[in-house]
Each structure stands twice: as C-alpha cells, then as structure tokens.
Design a protein around this ligand. Structure first.
Ligand code: ARG
Length: 588
C-alpha cells in the first residue's frame, strides 16, 4: 500500500480495477473518476459520479445489471480491499460515496513528516519543458502585463520543477523587431556622430523610443528609412549591430533589477538568438510545399485564418511569427523539449493559434493537442487601476515596474512599523520581512485570480491582513510557527517518535485537506491554473483556524498528535508559498 501521494490517483486505481472485474473490457468504458465536492461531504470524502454515464452505455448491450444503482453496488463489492478506503455507499441514482480511513490518513501524514514533502510531488512522464515568460520588448516599457507574465510563468515553472521536470525558463525578449530600425535611424539622424554614447539610462532610452516613434508615425520618408535600417540590422551590418547591442544592454539591466527583486530565475534567449535558424527553417517549410508567394512576401496560408502567417515580408524582413517558428523548431529539435508553454496576455491569442496551426501543418506537432510534443498558450487578462482605467501610478502615465515593487515594500514596511515591529526587530529583519510581505502580496494578488479574468490592482486590498491575501496567509503561517515554538518541543524528535490521531472532526478535515495537496498541485500544473493552488492554500488556513479554535494544542492530552498536525500544516503552507514564489516568514 502506498501512503500519501495523490489520493485521487490511488482511488482511481482501485476503481479501475473494480470496473474491470465488474464489466468486461470490451465495453470501452471511461474509467471512474473520484471527485471531491463539498455538497457530498456528509456522505463521504470522495464521490464517483459517472456510474450513470457508464450505465447508459452498458444498458443496450447488457442485461446483467438492473439500473445504475445496481451497477454501482457491484462496483463497490468488487473494489479491492485497501487501507485507504474505510467504507463505500451508493446513493441516489448511482453515486458512489467513499469514506477514507482516518488511520490511513494519519499514517500518511506521519510518513510525510519523516520523509519530507517532496515525496508528495506529482509524478509525470514529461522530462523537459520550456516555459517562455516575462519576455519584454527592448526599449519599450516593461509593463504590468510583463509583470503578470513573470509571476504566472515563474509559478508554472516552479510547479513543474517540484514535479521533477527539467524546466528551461526562457526570456523571449523582443530584441529584433521593427522598433530597432526606428531607434537606430533616429539616433543616426538626430544625433549624428554621437554613436551610442548619448543614451545610457532606461529613462533616456524610453524618451528616445517616444521621439522616434512620433517621427516614425508622422514622417513617411523617415518611416521608409527606418524599415530599411531593420533590414540592414537583420543582415548584420556592424554599425547597426553595435548600436543595437548597446540599446539591448540598457534594457537588460533594467529588467534584471525587477527579476532579481522578485527572485525569478530566467535565461535570456531573445528573438535575435534564433536568427541563424531562420534560413533552414524556411527551407524546410518550403520543401514541404507550405510556403507561398503573396504580394512579394512569403507566407503560409492556414485554413480559417483571414491573414496568413508571414514568414518573409516583401522587403525581405522577418516578423514576430518568423522568429516564433524558428524558436519552436529550435526548442523541439535542439532542446528536445516535450512541452512548450508560452505566457502572454490574451491579446496574442490569434498569433499563437495561427503559428501553432502552421507547426501542426508542418508536422512538427501532432494533430491533436493531447499527445506530446505539446504547446500551450497560457493567456491572461488585463490589469486595471482602481478608477477602472488603464493601470498607472501617480508619477507617470505608465507604470515602471520597479516603482511598483518599491511601493509594495514601502507600504508593507509602514504597516509593520505601525505595529511596533521596528522596536522589536533589527533593521535587517524589518527590511527582509517588508520585502517578503510586500512582494508576496503583489504576487498572490495576481495569482489568486483565474488568470483569464481581468482584475483591479489595489495596494490597499492586497496588503490587507484579512481575506484572500498573502499577508493573511503569512500571518497564519507565522502563528503556527509560534504555537510550535511555545511548546518547547523538539519537532525533529517528535516526528520520529510521535503518532497522529485524527479523532476530532476538525482534525480529520484538516488532515484530509493536507493530503489533498498533491492532487491539487497536479491539477494546477496540468491545467496551468495557479489560482487552484492559491485557493487550496486559503482553504488550508481556514481548516487550520477551525481546528485550532476547536482543539486545544499545547497542554492537552493530544498535544503530540496536534503539534505534529501543526507542523504538517506549516510544511504544506511553506511548500505552497515556495511554489507561488512567496518567501515565508516565521514571525510577524
Ligand atoms: N515580446 C512579446 C511581448 O512583449 C512576448 C513574447 C512571448 N513569447 C513568444 N515566444 N512569442 O508581447
């Protein structure tokens, strides 16, 4: 018998076996799924609710069972005996309710405490995944959308890393687009001879971007020159390349500051990296007969799409799609990635749909989206300010991400000082805690929403110590740590010698929720939905409060068991924080 791990998976195994014994394989039935649903909590911990579906397929061909309910009973009686399942009942038209054994759950928790939470990591057959996230455009603003991409992408990467997958974290920086022709041409024209010494800071670079963009939009002669400059750059003219490299460096320094603060690891392989692969890639597609001429451009037509995928423009330049095709080729063939995940705002859905289709047409990807190699566009909604308008800070008309991080930290520090923590802690402690809370709040406020929905950014809300906020959760964790500290017990010793009993209803509910961690991370990472994990974490803290207000810990006869439950809760919370990119604090 396995202990811990994924309860849903273990139940599924048992029911699969029973189903095989009950009805023969040739019926081609979907295996039973165990589902947990609050409505059925009174009946059991899990429920199988597809017996009716199976019955409706079976009915015309088989006279053995008289209705779904009878079939359900048969499945229950054929269920292999296991320590996991205490009892089953069939209710209604054929729902199978499963009550788990509290002894089994307690034992699983004890084992996790000894062997560590990594033994609860989801298992997957996938070995290597590319997560393409953050990916700002050089010289343009790194805006809130890039912050969302960074936070969501990092969590997806962390979920997969926890599942022992090798994750290639890729910053697909826009360092090769048309903006460079415009920027470089403007520098050459307006500031001749100054080469690349005039622009040294991100502020200057952004000013340059705005000025050259204005000229580009209003001066057709300049526009043409700028477009020509892109081609010169893309063909490797050293003067253009030198200026280009300088501009990239300024942006890189700025972006790295943000990534460092958020503790996000990322490897830059910008659009320009894939330049050497473009030629062969187009050649391959051409040999497959996919490339067509259209008004002097070379394109791939895709059924149901109004505009084709543009590989080579009529002036010889390449596009965002060209690079994405080359990058996909590289990721599949050179990096041998089985799953490639792109994290960008929902506005780019069309682009991804189109180029994924082109890749399927080329035979690079299977026709269905279930088998590997697989691609996914993880899209997300917009962030608006509290006035419901486009998000901006007081100081500027766009938000500089670094200012946003500063403000999160300043506000959380002020809240700590208000509670007198500056007198209790060293300056360093105060600073570190302010960062953990401030940045954690920012991340959680983003991750807790289903990523596809738009949300309103509010410092007041995200830094509130009640409700679904990182602040509330970090407090809950710190409180558990203080309960453990106050007991004066050596937890490492207790883990080895002590036992857990889940006798009280709240103990049992907490224990079950803890054991559902594994299936939750698995679901969140396969569906690419981090908010499921946020939801889980919030519910965990609620289960804990209910437990703590109903069950005395320190000084009670159940002290050892309950301290171990506290410890298990703290460990699972910390793993959640870790996966969400939040730094836990031990006192608050
Ligand atoms: N640079 C793009 C942007 O800022 C995002 C790139 C996403 N990755 C990709 N492979 N297309 O919108």
């Amino acid at each position: 018998e396995e202990f811990g791990g994924n309860l849903k998976q273990q139940l599924k195994k048992l029911f699969d076996e029973s189903l095989k014994l009950t009805v023969s394989d040739e019926h081609g039935l979907e295996p039973l799924v165990a589902a947990s649903d609050a409505k059925f909590r009174k009946l059991g911990d899990y429920q199988c609710n597809n017996v009716m579906g199976i019955w409706s397929i079976l009915k015309p061909k088989c006279s053995q069972f008289n209705g779904a309910s009878v079939l359900g009973q048969a499945i229950v009686s054929n269920l292999p005996t296991s320590e996991l399942v205490k009892s089953c009942s069939v209710t209604g038209p054929g729902f199978i309710n499963v009550v788990l054994s509290a002894e089994y759950m307690a034992k699983s928790l004890e084992i996790m405490l000894i062997n560590g939470i990594d033994t609860w990591a989801p298992t997957t057959s996938v070995k290597r995944v590319v997560v393409d996230f953050c990916s700002p455009n050089i010289a343009k603003e790194m805006h809130v959308g890039h912050l969302r991409s960074t936070i969501i992408g990092d969590t997806i990467a962390r979920m997969l890393e926890y599942s022992k997958v090798e994750v290639l974290r890729r910053n697909h920086v826009g360092d090769w687009g048309t903006q460079f022709g415009m920027l470089i041409e403007y520098l050459f024209e307006e500031l001749p001879g100054s080469d690349n010494e005039v622009v040294t800071t991100i502020g200057e670079l952004q000013l340059l971007y705005r000025k050259s963009k204005r000229k580009f939009d209003h001066d057709p002669v300049f526009k043409e020159k700028a477009q020509h400059a892109v081609v010169r750059l893309q063909s490797g003219d050293p003067v253009y390349v030198k200026t280009w490299a300088k501009i990239c460096e300024i942006s890189r320094t700025e972006a790295n500051k943000v990534l460092q603060r958020l503790q996000v690891k990322l490897e830059e392989k910008g659009e320009s990296f894939y330049k050497p692969y473009i030629g062969n890639m187009i050649e391959e597609l051409n040999n497959k007969g996919l490339v067509q001429e259209s008004d002097g451009a070379r394109v791939i037509f895709i059924k149901d799409f109004k505009t084709p995928l543009m590989l080579v423009k009529s002036d010889g330049g390449f596009t965002y799609s060209t690079t994405d095709m080359a990058a996909l080729w590289y990721r599949l063939n050179e990096e041998k990635a089985e799953w490639i995940i792109y994290v960008t705002d929902a506005g780019q859905k069309e682009h991804f749909d189109l180029f994924f289709k082109a890749a399927r047409k080329a035979g690079w990807l299977p026709d269905n989206d279930k088998t590997y190699p697989k691609v996914n566009h993880v899209d997300f909604g917009l962030v608006s300010g509290e006035d419901k308008k486009r998000f901006r800070t007081r100081a500027a008309d766009v938000v500089r991400l670094i200012d946003l991080l500063d403000e999160a930290k300043t506000r959380s520090k002020a809240a700590l000082i208000e509670r007198g923590k500056d007198k209790e802690w060293t300056l360093e402690e105060l600073d570190q805690t302010a960062e953990a809370v401030g940045y954690g709040a920012l991340k959680f406020a983003d991750l807790k929403n289903n990523r596809s929905t738009n949300y309103t950014f509010s410092f007041d809300q995200m830094l509130c110590d009640k409700g679904k906020t990182a602040v509330y959760l970090l407090y809950a964790h710190a409180r558990i740590c203080s309960i453990i500290r106050k007991s004066g017990k050596d937890m490492n010793e207790l883990k080895k010698t002590g036992n857990i009993a889940l006798d009280h209803v709240e103990e049992r509910a907490l224990g079950l929720h803890l054991l559902q961690f594994s299936e939750t991370v698995e679901e969140a990472s396969t569906k690419l939905l981090p908010h499921l994990l946020c939801e889980y974490l919030y519910e965990l803290s609620e289960h804990f409060s209910k437990f703590y207000s109903n069950c005395q810990v320190n000084g009670s006869t159940e002290e050892t068991s309950r301290l171990l439950l506290c410890e298990a809760t703290a460990i699972v919370m910390r793993k959640c924080f870790h996966v969400l990119g939040i730094t836990p604090v031990y006192k608050l």
